[in-house]
Ligand binder design. Structure first.
Ligand SMILES: [Zn+2]
Length: 377
């Protein structure tokens, strides 16, 4: 690829203790100059650098560096953004630039699919005997589940100050909560239990997002699984739905009493969705001591269901339950794909089935063993 220039993830560079003075985890503007030198050594002075920094960097730098930053702003294209990552990726996309950053940009893989398909555009650095060298940053492929988990983690952190990797916060995410303040609007709408999570206040106490008052902890939440439906031809996702622990539902086409209508007018279904049988597949989620177990059964569909696991796709035998694994993909009638989402924490709202209008949609119900045997024998 012809090098047109690069965009520099300034905060990432300033904070990198792999740049001199190595091992020092403190933001230093000097590191941007070192990277600029390395870039010019490799690509010459004519390949321009565009700098993008997080707003917060201004406050993080020393007084002296803040002065140098203002100087840098005068002779270089330097942008500031609340969050630099999406801005610098959009610039790189628009102008066909390299990206100088050691970040994997996991939570942005969905918005910028070219990250995974053109890893050579991403440059990191190493320091050898005081000399800084640019080299491929080593963008790794990540599964869609990992991307979705990264996005989920970011949302929770932003809205509720909850970190799903922290065991205390995990306890908050894993339980139902009630606000008992009679004057609180949320408590009035949801008297039995809050439909969203409490947030953590500055002292680390779980409080209601409506009134900021303390909340009462109720029982543990069940852990549903979420499923992602896409068009096989284009790969475009067009529907997501949850199945709760202990629940089962049918997946098919048209009006289903207990199911999901893949051909609903409410969604942007592919044209060949009509190859999917009315009652095509059943999905059930069972409670176990570990992660909930997901079982799928082909309900004697006309055009069949294929299970893609690793490199060996195989057809499902009608009526025979199969445990679905994290990275499996199901292909219904060579038209529609279904896979597990990586989402692990669900507010009450996210546990609702999507509204699919009068033509199908429907509800879940408790899983019954005879459901696995549609013929009734
Ligand atoms: Zn409240």
């Amino acid at each position: 690829m012809k090098v047109l220039g690069a965009v520099v993830d300034v905060s990432n560079v300033c904070w990198s203790d792999a740049l001199p003075p190595t091992g020092r985890h403190f933001p230093l503007l000097e590191r941007v100059f070192l990277v600029r030198e390395a870039w010019r050594r490799r690509y010459g002075g004519r390949a321009p650098l565009t700098l993008v920094a997080d707003n917060s960097l201004r406050r993080q730098l020393s007084f002296e560096d803040q002065g140098r930053l203002r100087q840098l702003e005068e002779d270089t294209e330097l942008h500031f953004a609340k969050t630099a990552d999406p801005v610098l990726l959009a610039l790189a996309e628009e102008r066909g630039l390299h990206v100088i950053s050691r970040d994997q940009f996991t939570d942005l893989r969905r918005d910028f699919p070219w990250i995974a398909s053109t890893p050579a555009r991403f440059l990191g650095w190493s320091t050898d005997g005081g000399t800084v060298r640019l080299e491929p940053s080593g963008i790794r492929p990540v599964s869609v589940q990992v991307v979705s988990r990264a996005l989920e983690g970011k949302e929770l952190k932003f809205h509720q100050r909850l970190d799903h990797r922290n065991p205390v916060h995990k306890g908050i995410l894993g339980h139902h909560w009630r606000c008992e303040d009679e004057t609180c609007l949320k408590a009035q709408i949801w008297p039995d239990r809050l439909h969203d999570w409490p947030r953590l206040n500055a002292r680390g106490v779980a409080v209601c997002t409506g009134c900021s008052g303390a909340v009462r902890r109720l029982g543990p939440r069940t852990r549903p699984r979420s499923f992602v439906v896409a068009d096989l031809r284009t790969g475009a996702e067009y529907l997501r739905f949850p199945v709760g622990e202990g629940d089962a539902l049918e997946v098919g086409r048209g009006e289903l009493r207990y199911g999901i209508n893949l051909a609903s007018a409410e969604v942007d279904a592919p044209a060949d969705v009509n190859l999917v049988s009315r009652r095509h597949l059943m999905i059930s989620v069972e409670r176990t001591s570990g992660n909930p177990r997901v079982t799928v059964v082909d309900l004697e569909s006309a055009n069949g269901t294929t299970l893609e696991r690793g490199k060996s796709p195989r057809p499902l035998v009608a009526g025979e339950p199969v445990t679905l694994q994290e990275k499996d993909r199901l292909v219904l009638a060579d038209a529609v794909t279904i896979r597990l989402s990586g989402q692990q924490h669900f507010s009450d709202e996210q546990q609702q089935l999507p509204r699919l209008g009068t033509a199908g949609g429907g509800r879940t119900r408790m899983f019954l063993p005879e459901d696995l045997n549609p013929a009734g024998n």
